[in-house]
Design a protein around this ligand. Structure first.
Ligand SMILES: [Zn+2]
Length: 484
């Protein structure tokens, strides 16, 4: 390959400055671009197509578990947000306000939704009257605005896309069951479709959602050893039903407040895909969310238009009929070598190379993006073989990420060791914690590590240990990490 042909590959190595690498992948793979407004991004067609695939796969799960989609307004009156103090205090530093409409100063400021508990709570108080109206299981796909100080495409942006589920139930037990069911749905979705293993557990009081009884989360480990929260599920208890007056007549004709949950997952998962799977050649996409699963690159030699092209076109058609997302790259202005790098950069899971010599041998060469393995297959075997390989890639990428997560999860009992790991290799540290937020704060101050999740009761080992910081008896098992 000549120097020009390798142009696409010239990105900063992942092992160097990972932020630089991350930014270059986003630009070169055309996932997103910086908008003229600070902290905002434009999701470009290729990046949006990944989001669409992920969104559809999650939406299917949301519906299959009995939820329905609806849409609520973008603006929320200030008085609604003020009703729940903890919620308001939690979000107010990040809220964008509308104060003028057209030429007129508004009598009441409108918040651009930072999340929708308040507006949905207001509507639920109108819709819910009786136990017969419960459970109410609604999800919305929407955009959210949070005025962030430090931003990075997909991982943290002022505006982002997400889904937020909002449910109401007759009892605490039902709300708790829903909270955990949605947490499990997120874990299964992320692990199956995005090939990213996650820890799931409960957040400490310090890290929980403003206004919730309890917050649960799924957390992935990115390849620089930092954690990324990928989805949260909250048991809201009766906080919002009491302030928004969401009451119902129960089965014994008594008036009760409903029990609520909310849960969300956002475009952040695209950032997770880049960070956990990408390498020095660019993006690496799990087949289930790849906009293009197979790219056919004809080797443009000799009379390729007559000999190779018709075969490649037939191949494209037949693979498409088998349900694969296929592109045939017939651009003549680029060399095959340049195209190989270009598709590697974009993370396409499989590349099929076919040239005049392959035609003579009635074969094509198949190259895997995840392992780089090259193998020749008879042309008439491709229809059957490629879906198998795609499945194998989906699983192989998960296994590789899981091996990484295991290698980088350290069980530590000594605080000096804790500190030195956080200064060097990072990763998850699994350890005992006394439950006192003073210890949690001090650890954060000294190491920048926060509690990502605490083990849930049923996952905890029997007996107790000593808090990593204060050495008092500790009943909590925590996973600490530096986080995005
Ligand atoms: Zn302690």
């Amino acid at each position: 390959m000549s120097k020009d042909e390798r142009f696409v590959k010239q990105i900063s190595p992942k092992s160097g400055d990972i932020s630089k690498w991350y930014g270059e992948i986003i630009r070169r793979a055309e996932l997103a671009d910086y908008a003229p407004m600070k902290g905002m991004m434009v999701i470009r067609p290729y990046g949006f197509s990944i989001w669409e695939k992920a969104r559809d796969l999650l939406d299917r799960r949301i519906k299959e578990s009995g939820h329905v989609n609806a849409y609520f307004p973008l603006f929320i009156p200030e008085s609604f947000l003020q009703k729940e103090t903890e919620h308001l205090e939690g979000f107010s530093p990040e809220v964008a306000w509308v104060t003028v409409g057209g030429q007129e100063e508004l009598e009441e400021r409108l918040a651009v939704r930072p999340t929708s508990e308040a507006i949905i709570g207001n509507m639920y108080s109108k819709w819910i009257k009786s136990w017969r109206d419960l459970p109410l299981l609604i999800n919305q796909w929407a955009n959210i605005v949070r005025w962030e100080k430090v931003t990075r495409p997909f991982l943290r942006t002022t505006e982002f896309l997400w889904q937020e589920g909002h449910t109401a139930h007759e009892t605490y037990a039902e709300a708790q069951e829903e909270t955990l069911k949605c947490l499990a749905m997120y874990k299964e979705f992320v692990e199956t479709e995005l090939s990213i293993p996650v820890l799931s557990g409960i957040k400490s009081q310090r890290e929980k959602f403003a206004g919730a009884l309890a917050t649960y989360a799924v957390e992935g480990l990115m390849s620089d050893g930092k954690a990324l929260q990928m989805g949260t599920s909250h048991n809201l208890g009766q906080h919002f039903s009491k302030v928004f007056n969401i009451r119902f007549e129960d089965r014994s004709q008594k008036i009760q407040y409903v029990w609520q949950t909310s849960w969300g997952m956002s475009t952040r998962i695209i950032g997770a895909l880049i960070m956990s799977h990408g390498d020095d050649s660019g993006l690496k996409l799990p087949p289930n969310v790849a906009p293009i699963q197979v790219v056919i690159v004809p080797i443009t030699l000799g009379d390729w238009r007559k000999s190779v092209l018709p075969v490649a076109q037939r191949m494209e058609r037949s693979l498409r009929e088998k349900g694969m997302r296929v592109t045939l790259d017939v651009r003549e202005e680029f060399t095959p070598g340049w195209k190989f790098s270009d598709w590697e950069m974009r993370g396409v899971p499989l590349r099929v190379e076919i040239g005049p010599r392959d035609i003579k041998n009635d074969q094509a060469v198949v190259v895997r993006r995840d392992t780089g393995t090259k193998e020749a297959f008879p042309l008439d075997a491709l229809e059957e073989k490629l879906p198998e390989i795609l499945k194998d890639i989906q699983k192989g990428m998960f296994d590789a990420a899981l091996a990484f997560q295991k290698e980088n999860t350290h069980e530590v009992e000594d605080y000096q060791e804790f500190k030195s790991i956080m200064e060097s290799r990072r990763g998850f540290i699994k350890t005992f914690w006394c439950g006192d937020s003073a210890c949690e704060d001090k650890i954060k101050e000294e190491t920048m590590a926060t509690i990502r999740v605490l083990l849930m009761k049923e996952d905890k080992p029997k007996g107790s240990g000593k808090c990593i910081l204060c050495a008092k008896a500790a009943g909590e098992v925590a996973y600490f990490a530096k986080a995005y």
